[in-house]
Design a protein around this ligand. Structure first.
Ligand code: TXD
Length: 312
């Protein structure tokens, strides 16, 4: 395999991302974690699954960043996840230190890599990655929107019985409870969602989508979601490596788009070999704009809290 992806943090999302990525057979994979033996053990276990899946992918686990040398993509999942009763912002202090270090160490060995960030609070950790690595905005993207939109798509599929492939939903904004499911832009095979579903049912789906992460945290009790977030990581990495120019909702650095500046924020972005190639701007009505502003205010607050911790 000529391409290489390193995943920093070999916990639930990191190792599941490796599994989904290996199935796509697009790159050799490296898992890095601070826990001794764990990334090595998980990588070996996955390597031993490759003959069964028929995929020629090499997987290596390490506690040392040297193993990541020459990566095309670095995925950052290192950090602590939420427990019941915690908000994503409660993770800020611990995860800022971990993500800053992961970025700097990865760059020593892969100066050209594109970074996909997963660690929460997502929008702020993506911002920190860009700042800590002194990276051009194009080379940093945060995963949130594919997951939030996939949750909405799954709930619409459950309600309507239509194939998930026909269901297109778009969730914008920060990866928090103020995220903005865009019902007007969402559709089932071209039919607007609000024509397909009653207002009550649609409102319930929007609410469940916003709280989708918390629903899983309260069921699992010891951590947060990992299958769906990891599937999203695999889709983003494939779009980048294959230079697909795929438009997906993801967190990107705003430079005036949607009237926002100097924050990472969820919007439709075009992903290709250079990373974030373009931020797509939807035309939004007054209500949607107001919802986005509320979400942006929540993200800005967390960035301010980060500035108090670290000089950026
Ligand atoms: O959509 C999204 N953005 C998210 C975000 C969806 C799911 C999970 N989300 C966040 O990702 C979650 O709130 C956490 O902040 C991260 C990682 O979640 P995960 O569920 O994978 O947590 P785990 O299983 O605890 O794994 C984290 C690993 C663990 O093995 C630690 O030992 C490791 O991170 N870790 C480190 N690795 C490398 N370097 C350092 N410094 C380090 N510190 C901890």
């Amino acid at each position: 395999m000529t391409a290489k992806i390193s995943i920093i943090g070999a916990g639930m999302t990191g190792s599941t991302s490796a599994a989904w990525l290996a199935e796509r057979e697009i790159a050799d994979l490296v898992l890095v974690d601070v826990v001794e033996g764990m990334p090595q053990g998980k990588a070996l276990d996955l390597l031993e699954a490759m003959p069964v899946l028929g995929k020629d992918v090499t997987l290596v686990g390490s506690n040392d960043y040297e193993a990541t040398k020459g990566s095309d993509i670095v995925v950052i999942t290192a950090g602590i996840p939420r427990k019941p009763g915690m908000s994503r912002d409660d993770l800020l202090t611990t995860n800022a230190e971990i993500v800053g270090k992961a970025t700097r160490e990865s760059l020593k060995y892969s100066p050209e890599a594109i970074f996909i960030v997963l660690t929460n609070p997502l929008d702020t950790m993506a911002y920190l990655t860009m700042k800590a690595g002194k990276l051009p905005p194009q080379r940093v993207v945060g995963q949130a929107g594919i997951l939030d939109s996939a949750r909405m798509r799954a709930f619409v599929a459950l309600e309507t019985g239509v194939s998930v492939e026909n269901i297109h939903c778009y969730v914008m904004g920060g990866h928090g409870d103020e995220m903005v499911p865009l019902t007007r832009h969402s559709n089932i095979a071209g039919i607007p969602l609000d024509e397909y579903l009653s207002a009550d049912k649609l409102a319930a789906i929007v609410e469940r989508t916003r709280k989708g992460g918390g629903e899983i945290v309260s069921l699992l009790k010891t951590g947060s979601a990992y299958y769906a977030p990891a599937a999203a990581i695999a889709q983003m990495a494939e779009a980048i490596l294959k230079d697909k120019h795929l438009i997906v909702p993801a967190a990107a650095y705003m430079q005036g788009e949607y009237g926002l500046k100097d924050i990472f924020f969820g919007a439709p972005v075009m992903l290709g070999r250079k990373g974030v190639e373009r931020i797509v701007e939807y035309s939004l009505n007054a209500e949607e704009k107001a919802a986005l502003e509320r979400s942006a205010a929540a993200v800005k607050e967390t960035v301010e809290a980060l500035r108090k911790l670290i000089s950026l």
